[in-house]
Design a protein around this ligand. Structure first.
Ligand SMILES: Cc1ncc(C[n+]2csc(CCOP(=O)(O)OP(=O)(O)O)c2C)c(N)n1
Length: 568
């Protein structure tokens, strides 16, 4: 009969859970946990420089592996710093288990030093949370946290650990089994039959894949269905990589910065089969104008999503992969040649325009060259802004779990720590982080973590000395009143990177930028590649917030070409 402290039980349970790397920062209220962690033979601790960084490092590992990963913070400011990464995981359905230190149970509610109500604060941004009041409860709570984080629609779980709980000795008979996800929810057969009838009756069907298609591994099933019944496929920002970017059925990303062909095709479809997506407003634009003539089959593992934004003619509750696999034998094979011809026409007339794609000192050119040099197995993380949308458009997304971006919360500062997490989880894969100067400044300190851990994260910094995406909206939608979006001080990013232990390469003024980029990407260890970008360089197409997806703003050049959106 083992007798261990609460902290030793937590560490033992993490080990049994198969956790090999955790990221966090110690403090007074979690020192017993750290003391126990120091004696673990199998768990490596990655010391982040900010708890938000620790949360995103864990997210990076979770997004790449699809399994819950662990971030640790102390009470009070540690927990509040972690909160953004937790909320981000909630909105993007990422499995995370966060362990926070708490003041001793006898002091809870007294405004003790570094006390915040972590339980109360995290209720709205977690899938579930625990305040553990007795050490023996850990034997149930920790495996349950892992089960909940990974089951059904994944998400973050916070376990708040008062200091006395960490220190209390407990005798117990045997270790509990590790927490495993529930088996994926099998879709209802009659719902699938209704969905199949709608597919058979449609003349212009489109399959719309979101993050749930990545989480469930639905890509192959999606392509099989699209191939059998003449469907085009579009993906959300989080669905990128579920099918290869160059697959003939792939229209590209829908929504605010998607290619025009995708948004125009959606406006013409008469059936939308939505799998693992939730009609986010950045994807749909003005909801009342989104696919106005389409019936909807909505497949989602979370019943709360069905009918939430858009009424579904058929709702299928279940795992996206299982649902698409179940639908496949029920639908009639159909070529739908007229629809495919129309899609080809739209794709030909309104492709994504990538100015400067052959020049590695332009945003599109940098992305294309880096993707080519890093190869098809590369993982790419992004921050939030124009650079993120350029990357969504131009990166050749080939496989799932290789595109890490903050979609729902849109958190600047996500990219670097998420990329570090990716490199820790997949040490053999090349890892890039596409970032902007505004975003990088939000978690810049994690460059030191990257250097310390020897992670070969390659930062592609598009530096426009401005909050570019905000500036763009001010220019286009607020009468060009540029306010609080241009920086007055120019940061010497290569010097800062070097000061934090990371090699830096500046493409500015380089006689052979492509060769320098290649040198940076092939060198061992982390590197920052600095690429100056004009603050006036906007990302197009763009659907103004609240407008219909068919009302896209395009670049001046495209406007001058006079492309008529009806094209027929
Ligand atoms: C934490 C956070 N604060 C503010 C915003 C609002 N915001 C969205 S994009 C953006 C500008 C991003 O600038 P930068 O990272 O330099 O990228 P760029 O758009 O210039 O490529 C801002 C301020 C945000 N998304 N996240």
């Amino acid at each position: 009969m083992p007798k261990l402290t609460g902290s030793e039980i937590v560490v033992g349970l993490l080990e049994r859970q198969g956790i090999r790397i955790v990221s966090g920062i110690p403090g007074g209220a979690n020192l017993p946990l750290y003391d126990a962690l120091s004696r673990s033979g199998t768990i490596r601790h990655v010391l982040a420089r900010h708890e938000q960084g620790a949360g995103f490092i864990a997210q990076g590992m979770a997004r790449v592996t699809g399994t819950p990963q662990v971030a640790i913070a102390t009470s009070g400011p540690g927990a509040t710093n972690l909160l953004t990464a937790v909320a981000d995981a909630r909105l993007d359905s990422i499995p995370l288990v966060c362990l926070t230190g708490q003041v001793p149970t006898s002091m809870i509610g007294t405004d003790a030093f570094q006390e915040v109500d972590t339980y109360g604060m995290t209720v709205p941004v977690t899938k579930h949370n625990f305040l553990v009041r007795r050490a023996d409860e850990l034997l149930e709570a920790i495996p349950e946290a892992f089960r909940l984080a990974a089951s059904g629609r994944p998400g973050p779980v916070v376990v708040d650990l008062p200091k006395d709980v960490q220190l209390a000795p407990v005798s117990f008979d045997r270790w509990p089994d590790p927490g495993r996800p529930d088996p994926p929810a099998a879709p209802d057969r009659s719902a699938l039959a209704s969905a199949a009838r709608l597919v058979d009756a449609a003349r212009r069907p489109v399959l719309y894949l979101g993050g749930g298609a990545i989480a469930s591994g639905a890509g192959e099933a999606a392509l099989a269905l699209a191939g059998k019944c003449g469907m085009a496929v579009t993906t959300t920002l989080l669905g990128l990589g579920s099918i290869p970017f160059d697959h003939p059925r792939n229209l590209g990303m829908l929504g605010m910065h998607g290619p025009r062909c995708a948004n125009l095709a959606l406006a013409e479809c008469d059936l939308l089969v939505v799998a693992g997506a939730r009609f986010d407003d950045r994807a749909t634009g003005k909801v009342s104008a989104f696919c106005p003539g389409a019936a909807v089959v909505h497949i989602d593992v979370d019943p709360g999503e069905i009918g939430k934004i858009r009424q579904a003619s058929a709702g299928v509750v279940g795992d996206a992969r299982l649902a698409l696999e179940g639908l496949l034998p029920l639908v009639a094979a159909a070529e739908r040649r007229e629809w495919l011809d129309r899609l080809a026409e739209l794709k030909g007339a309104f492709p994504l325009r990538m100015a400067g794609a052959d020049d590695p000192t332009t945003p599109y050119g940098l992305l294309r060259a880096a993707a080519e040099i890093l190869g098809p197995d590369a993982i790419v993380a992004t921050d939030v802004g124009r650079h993120q949308m350029w990357a969504a458009q131009a990166w050749p997304h080939r496989k799932p779990r290789r595109w890490l971006t903050s979609g729902g919360l849109g958190t600047m500062g996500f990219g670097l720590p998420a990329a570090i997490g990716a490199a820790l989880a997949a040490p053999d894969a090349p890892v890039a982080c596409v970032t902007g100067d505004g975003s990088l400044l939000m978690n810049l300190q994690e460059l030191a973590t990257a250097a310390e851990e020897g992670t070969a994260v390659k930062l592609l910094l598009m530096n426009n000395n401005s909050l570019g995406m905000v500036r763009q909206q001010q220019e286009l939608l607020y009468g060009n009143r540029i306010f609080a979006s241009d920086y007055r001080v120019r940061v010497d990013f290569p010097a800062v990177a070097r000061a934090l232990g990371v090699a830096a390469y500046d493409l500015a003024g380089s006689p052979d930028p492509r060769a320098l980029l290649e040198e940076a990407l092939r060198a061992p260890g982390a590197a920052l590649v600095h690429v100056p970008v004009d603050a006036l360089e906007n990302v197009f197409p763009m659907v103004p917030p609240g407008a219909a997806n068919t009302d896209m703003l395009v670049s001046k050049e495209e406007e001058e070409d006079g492309n008529d959106a009806t094209c027929a």
